[in-house]
Ligand binder design. Structure first.
Ligand SMILES: *[C@@H]1O[C@H](CO)[C@@H](O)[C@H](O)[C@H]1NC(C)=O
Ligand SMILES: *[C@@H]1O[C@H](CO)[C@@H](O)[C@H](O)[C@H]1NC(C)=O
Length: 207
């Protein structure tokens, strides 16, 4: 029973990767055609059949490819990626590295060009230097770092203000309680002496 279940699971998970044609694409043998389907980075299939030899992804609205998407496709002989608005920020590093690893002729570098950021528009993805790409990431990191620094600073200032307020309050409280103690002592002794004075004439009159 257990073995049967395992086998079913294996077939299901393995089958999805190796046989099924991805949703929104059309397949012809090992050729997978996902071109001109207005695919975005989020509607793009999460995997392609392992035996895919030709993969068409051109003329879509892809701005980035998920890391590792093309890694398992060892039989791939051609791929088309042109006609997509590639965003050349940190997220393009996977596509760039993958293109650089491919033997010449498998993927045409032509048309795989950036549409953002403005400074890199029209540039071919493979010819971007790592520094150019990282520059767009640094800003992001810097903003985040700056924001967290400011938050930390505000937090520390608020903490300090609270501490000062607490110290002032405690000092005031101490002084008030000391004064209160003194006045009760004073009134107590005053009351006692008054009572003595009250008793004295009483004693006098009773005699
Ligand atoms: C791929 O699909 C698109 C859109 O359906 C179609 O226009 C094109 O002819 C197909 N290409 C191939 C080679 O099948
Ligand atoms: C970028 O690629 C598109 C096709 O995807 C092409 O029409 C355009 O001329 C290219 N731009 C540059 C500057 O190479």
């Amino acid at each position: 029973m257990k073995e049967l279940l395992l086998l079913c699971l294996l077939l299901l998970s393995g089958g999805q990767r190796s046989l099924a044609c991805p949703h929104l694409c059309s397949c012809h043998g090992a050729q997978v055609n996902c071109s001109s389907r207005s695919l975005t980075s989020s509607s793009l299939p999460t995997s392609f059949p392992a035996g895919t030899t030709e993969l068409r992804l051109h003329n879509n609205r892809l701005s980035t490819l998920p890391n590792g998407l093309l890694d398992g496709l060892s039989s791939l002989r051609s791929i088309s990626l042109h006609g997509n608005p590639w965003a050349c920020d940190c997220s393009v590093l996977y596509l760039r590295a993958w293109l650089l690893r491919q033997p010449a002729g498998l993927a045409s570098h032509l048309g795989v060009n950036c549409s953002s950021p403005p400074g890199l528009r029209g540039r071919l993805v493979v010819y971007l230097t790592e520094e150019e790409v990282l520059e767009s990431c640094h800003y992001w990191y810097c903003d985040l770092a700056l924001a967290s620094q400011i938050c930390l600073f505000v937090f520390v200032v608020v903490q300090a203000a609270l501490l000062v307020a607490l110290i002032i309050f405690l000092r005031k409280f101490e002084r008030l309680s000391r004064e209160a103690k003194r006045t009760t002592e004073e009134s107590f002794t005053a009351g006692e002496s008054q009572r003595e004075n009250e008793y004295a004439p009483l004693k006098d009159s009773s005699i």
